[in-house]
Design a protein around this ligand. Structure first.
Ligand code: NAP
Length: 528
């Protein structure tokens, strides 16, 4: 399959005429062919019109055909083979093994959502049968199911060119919910985006889905991205990226004449709390595992451990020595884009120049363009509480160790944190009593609390929460990873006294979809 630099508007291939951009080889800085034509306002309008027309048809496709559609996308992505992997490696600067792993995750997510759709539990079908004899008033027949919200705009993420991009978690969950998707491709990996876009478009055609089920647009965030969020036919947004862009999109979504949810995943420093017994008994092993997590993928993970909290003393000094030694052995790594690399360098310089911050260690120096050098800082609890800028995410392999005088001040510091995607606790059994006091504070500000591990390596499953209070995400009631992600794009509808022949299949008395339902509040398992 050839990369041509075209927009995919439904089944039509369109040459974008709003300027041209090129992909950059992340490792060499070289410009890559071909040029990608940017979408115009007319292209955006055409994609939205098609998506809107598709919505009522697509959301009523049978569960089985929608599941097969998601599986077809997955197998079409695999069929792209090395063409996809090689382009993605060049555009992202990420190693081949990582990209292969990410492809497996992307395909796995699509197949997981196919299973969720087939099962039908996401419809949450409920039936409260009529009770005509009820006194003093008869009860109406009330039935409820969830439907898709409408067309969804998805912003591809720079740091997951496959798993959170054109056919990534946001797209898979929106399509599973019955929502057509329009993707605004990330400018860092346009060729990867077009290849995956063609895989999705082929599945739309082969599976007989309505044309507007999927479109892919190139263009700037300010023009095309914001244009999508403003368009009245778009009913929800999935975004992963900077706090600045996410916050702007949230405010655009909220200020429309019909406000819509913008599910933005933005910034998180993912505190790691090392409790005294664990620090004393295995500080060295924790330090080495921490550096591995910190430097994975050049630190460009939303769950990167950017903050370490521990009680000051000789055990923490030893931990810092071990972590510094481990970091010194890690070579600098290519970052996703020159912009992300220069933002990292600038943030690291600012942190290093902060009068209350000490630079403890640096990783191997950069040896080619666009590389990020790992760095470890330390500060005091007092300074961390006094200077809000020390809480800001530095996207890349940078972490700040806070020396806390005691556990009470460590808890105070936790209470000062913004919303986080993850909190990791390193504990031995002797620490359990102390840990108990931290859990309420951590639950209030974290999406996922994990023990004796690090937040990087997000399992895609049914119990995963990849979300958290602002600013880690725009809406801490949801998750962008795992099957829970489908809930972001659904809305309940009740049907009162509707004749059986007019009811949707999910709610007909004969249960033709053979799904589990809640009858009078009690789960009635389907006879499969
Ligand atoms: P970004 O600048 O937020 O861009 C993400 C997407 O949003 C791109 O498609 C971009 O379009 C668009 N966009 C940017 N500004 C916009 C605006 N004002 N209005 C509407 N759309 C806008 O993120 P990035 O390029 O991936 O990386 C930049 C920084 O974001 C990183 O250095 C890091 O700090 C942060 N980041 C954080 C995470 C995380 O998981 N926490 C992940 C990725 C990035 P264009 O094509 O026009 O750029």
């Amino acid at each position: 399959m050839n990369i041509a630099g075209n927009l995919l508007i439904g089944q039509t291939t369109v040459r974008g005429s709003n300027g041209a951009t090129y992909a950059i080889d992340a490792s060499t800085g070289e410009r890559m062919e071909p040029p990608f034509g940017g979408a115009t306002a007319q292209d955006l309008d055409a994609a939205c019109a098609l998506a809107w027309t598709a919505f009522d048809i697509y959301r009523e496709t049978s569960l089985e055909s929608r599941a097969q559609f998601l599986e077809a996308i997955a197998s079409n992505i695999l069929e792209l083979g090395d063409t996809l992997i090689e382009r993605c490696v060049r555009e992202s600067g990420l190693p081949r093994a990582r990209i292969e792993g990410e492809r497996a995750r992307t395909v796995g997510q699509l197949n997981m959502f196919a299973g969720v759709v087939r099962e039908g539990d996401f419809l949450d079908a409920r039936i409260d049968p009529a009770q005509p004899e009820r006194k003093p008033l008869p009860r109406v027949d009330l039935r409820m199911r969830y439907i898709g919200l409408g067309p969804v705009a998805v912003f591809g993420a720079s740091n997951f060119p496959l798993a959170f991009s054109v056919a990534g978690g946001d797209t898979a969950s929106a399509l599973a919910a019955g929502c057509p998707v329009i993707v605004k491709a990330h400018s860092a990996h346009p060729g990867t985006s077009e290849l995956v876009g063609m895989a999705v478009r082929k599945a739309v055609k082969d599976c007989g889905m309505p044309e507007g089920t999927f479109s892919l647009l190139f263009g700037s965030g300010r023009e095309i991205g914001q244009g999508l969020v403003r368009d009245p036919r778009i009913k929800a947004v999935g975004f992963t990226g900077s706090r600045h862009a996410g916050t702007e999109l949230i405010s655009i979504g909220a200020s429309r004449s019909e406000p819509i949810p913008v599910y933005a995943e933005m910034s998180s420093i993912n505190p790691v709390l090392i409790f005294p017994h664990a620090l004393e008994s295995r500080g060295d092993a924790i330090a080495r595992a921490f550096v591995q997590s910190l430097t994975l993928g050049a630190g460009q993970f939303c769950t990167n451990p950017g903050l370490i909290l521990a009680v000051d003393g000789p055990a923490l000094d030893d931990f810092i020595r071990s972590a510094s030694a481990a970091l010194g052995d890690v070579p600098a790594a290519t970052m996703l884009t020159p912009g992300i690399q220069s933002a990292f360098d600038k943030a690291v310089s600012n942190m290093a120049a902060h009068p209350h911050v000490k630079t403890e260690a640096r990783g191997g120096a950069a040896s080619s363009p666009n590389q990020g050098q790992g760095v470890l800082f330390s500060t005091t609890a007092q300074a961390f509480l006094a200077f809000a800028e020390l809480q800001e995410e530095i996207f890349g392999s940078s972490s700040l160790i806070v020396r806390c005088p005691d556990l009470a001040s460590m808890l105070k510091l936790v209470e000062s944190l913004e919303g986080q995607l993850t909190s990791a606790l390193h504990i031995d059994e002797e620490d359990y009593e102390d840990v108990r006091a931290f859990l309420p504070a951590l639950e209030r500000r974290t999406g996922r609390i994990l023990i004796n591990g690090f937040g990087t390596g997000v399992e895609v499953g049914h119990a995963m929460v990849h979300g958290g209070p602002y600013p880690s995400t725009a809406d801490g009631r949801s998750s962008s990873v795992g099957s829970l992600a489908i809930e972001r794009f659904l809305r309940p509808v009740s049907y009162q006294d509707m004749p059986d022949s007019l009811l949707p299949g999910a709610l007909k008395s004969s249960n033709p979809l053979k799904i589990n339902r809640r009858i009078d509040g009690k789960i009635a398992l389907a006879q499969k």
